[in-house]
Ligand binder design. Structure first.
Ligand code: NI
Length: 177
């Protein structure tokens, strides 16, 4: 496995959108290795999720893992490693909730982003088996954030107003908790 270079805002891949992964690709050694590398890259950067366009690959792949010990998003409920190919949000709650988000592709910034409190997601696991899952709270937030990446959107696009945008140090100082 190896660490991948992360695309930052301004790199065209971040805004391009991603293609569906085909069945042939799914079973290729290259794709399985890419997924392993995405997991390693996410963990190394202390991310709670990463999408393939963030590692220069315009394919619909997201990887999510949340640990309460994660230093970037501490004390969030644990989510076991989840790999989703071609994910679609098929349903969501009626209500949204504000929460602080950052992004490995938008370093050093946080903003208060409204997201659906619960989502239903359909996609495939890394072996190509159909997956249907329900997520709420922070897990639902991370899914919405990562699926956005597959459509060329970043959390900044979801900010109702830019005035909550803060640098990380100022976030820690004034807004955390
Ligand atoms: Ni992101």
């Amino acid at each position: 496995m190896s660490l991948l270079k992360i695309t930052r805002l301004g790199h065209p891949k971040i805004r391009q959108g991603a293609e569906q992964v085909s069945t042939e690709e799914m079973h290729s050694r290259e794709l399985q290795r890419l997924i392993d590398d995405m997991v390693e890259t996410m963990r190394d950067a202390h991310g709670v999720g990463i999408a393939a366009p963030q590692v220069h690959v315009s394919k619909q792949i997201i990887v999510i893992e949340v640990s309460p010990e994660n230093p970037r998003y501490p004390n969030q409920p644990a989510v076991p490693l989840t790999v989703l190919l071609n994910p679609t949000i098929t349903d969501h709650a009626e209500t949204m909730e504000d929460g602080w988000e950052g992004c490995l592709s938008v370093p050093d910034l946080r903003g208060l982003v409204p997201r659906w409190t619960r989502v239903s997601v359909r996609g495939l696991d890394r072996e190509g088996h159909a997956v249907q899952l329900e997520a709420e709270g922070f897990f639902a937030r991370v899914i919405q954030h990562e699926v956005d990446h597959l459509h060329g959107r970043v959390f900044l696009d979801r900010l109702p107003e830019l005035k909550t945008l803060t640098h990380l140090r100022e976030y820690e100082q004034f807004w955390k908790g």
